[in-house]
Design a protein around this ligand. Structure first.
Ligand SMILES: [Zn+2]
Length: 78
């Protein structure tokens, strides 16, 4: 399961959380101030998880579930 980095817009707290790929952009509360103003930061998780998740849909260019609209870097490799 990939490790994502999140940033709380309310208290400027950065934190990490392991979530399923399909839950990466699901609503999340800040563990410090419980705000829901949390944004996901881009991380290198693709390089770390390819070995155990590569047999899924990552290789078809849509692995992050965004349809290519994000800047996760997984689409430019095609
Ligand atoms: Zn916060």
């Amino acid at each position: 399961m990939p490790l994502y980095e999140y940033h709380c817009e309310s208290c400027e707290h950065d934190f990490e959380k392991r979530r399923a790929i399909q839950e990466a952009d699901a609503p999340l509360q800040c563990p410090t101030c419980e705000s829901k103003e949390v944004t996901r930061k881009l991380s290198l998780f693709f390089a770390l998880t390819k070995s155990d998740a590569g047999t899924q849909s990552l290789s078809d260019g849509g692995g992050c579930g965004c349809g290519g609209a994000c800047a996760c870097g997984s689409h430019s490799m095609n």
